[in-house]
Ligand binder design. Structure first.
Ligand code: AMP
Length: 294
């Protein structure tokens, strides 16, 4: 079996780099116990850590928490940050083992896509073409395809996803329902920095002068949420309010919208309940997304 223990002797985390190695490891786990899976692209932070801790609670003492690190080339556009996406593998392994992960599947792209571009991919449907999907064509096709493969390889009972990537978890839930995949999805809350910025692997791209400006996104979301709860439910006003506040801080807003969280259809006149506020904005070359359910 190809198990590599990490650099720190005390952090005993089995790391499987190939699909046969994972499958062999899987057979060594107790049958009929929860296997809770947390997929990531690495460059881990406390947001990922909270997902692993939640997975640990769901797995219980007899269950297992499996994690993965795979920077999936299929979900990046040609001009996006795939080549420079941070890959601090040793630090990631340490964080995972400190948070209670039981194993790590960390394949190379050639293991997941031996022929390069796969011939068969998964169509994310209409939800995959709006908001993030409209700005990042092909993104959700890449996400669905890799998560379908990971579910097939890992065969978990539970899948943990973050609310931070709200559209992603919605698209994946739809895929799991439509393709009858036997896995339970749990969505975990967004973990934030003290100034409200949602933790993200991409935050490390921000310069020290840009970093404080990024807090404007969460500030705009919370302000819009307060206004909405006070009865100001004009969709255009809410949109404009968020846009202005974020633009004033020096970011370029890509969208700032109030949507129905079940369908991601934008409220065009009056905002109703339930509502999710979603923002995507660029700060220099760094793209940031966040959301708030009201
Ligand atoms: P990524 O490594 O960016 O692909 O993210 C892996 C998982 O962690 C996804 O389910 C994300 O939604 C989730 N995640 C990312 N950032 C956060 C955060 N700040 N709080 C909670 N979960 C997060």
């Amino acid at each position: 079996m190809h198990i590599m223990n990490n650099i720190r002797p005390k952090a005993l985390l089995p790391i499987l780099h190939t699909i046969p190695a994972w499958r062999e490891f899987r057979r060594s786990l107790p049958a009929l116990q929860p296997l809770v899976f947390v997929p990531t692209m690495g460059a881990l932070h406390d947001g990922h850590g909270s997902l692993v801790k939640l997975a640990h609670e769901i797995a219980g003492p007899q269950g297992h928490v499996a994690t993965s690190i795979f920077v999936n080339p299929l979900q990046f556009g040609p001009a996006e940050d795939f080549p420079r996406y941070p890959r601090p593998f040793e630090m990631d392994v340490e964080l995972l083992s400190n948070c209670g992960a039981g194993s790590l599947f960390a394949p190379e792209p050639a293991e997941m896509y031996p022929g390069g571009q796969p011939a068969i991919t998964i169509d994310p449907g209409p939800l995959g073409n709006i908001l993030e999907g409209a700005i990042r064509p092909g993104h959700f096709r890449g996400v669905c395809s890799v998560v379908a493969k990971l579910l097939e390889i890992i065969t978990p009972t539970h899948l943990i996803l973050g609310q931070k990537d709200f559209q992603q978890q919605l698209v994946l839930k739809q895929m799991i329902v439509d393709l009858n995949m036997p896995v339970n999805v749990v969505t975990a809350p967004t973990i934030r920095e003290p100034d409200g910025l949602a933790m993200s692997s991409r935050n490390r791209y921000l310069s020290s002068t840009d970093r404080p400006k990024a807090a404007a996104i969460y500030a705009a979301l919370t302000r819009a949420s307060t206004e909405l709860l006070a009865g100001h439910n004009d969709a255009a006003d809410l949109r404009r309010g968020m846009e202005h506040a974020i633009t004033r801080a020096g970011l370029n807003v890509q969208y700032a919208v109030a949507c129905d969280p079940r369908t991601l259809q934008e409220y065009s006149s009056l905002v109703d309940c339930p509502c999710i506020l979603l923002v995507a904005a660029k700060l220099g070359n760094t793209r940031l997304i966040d959301n708030l359910i009201v």
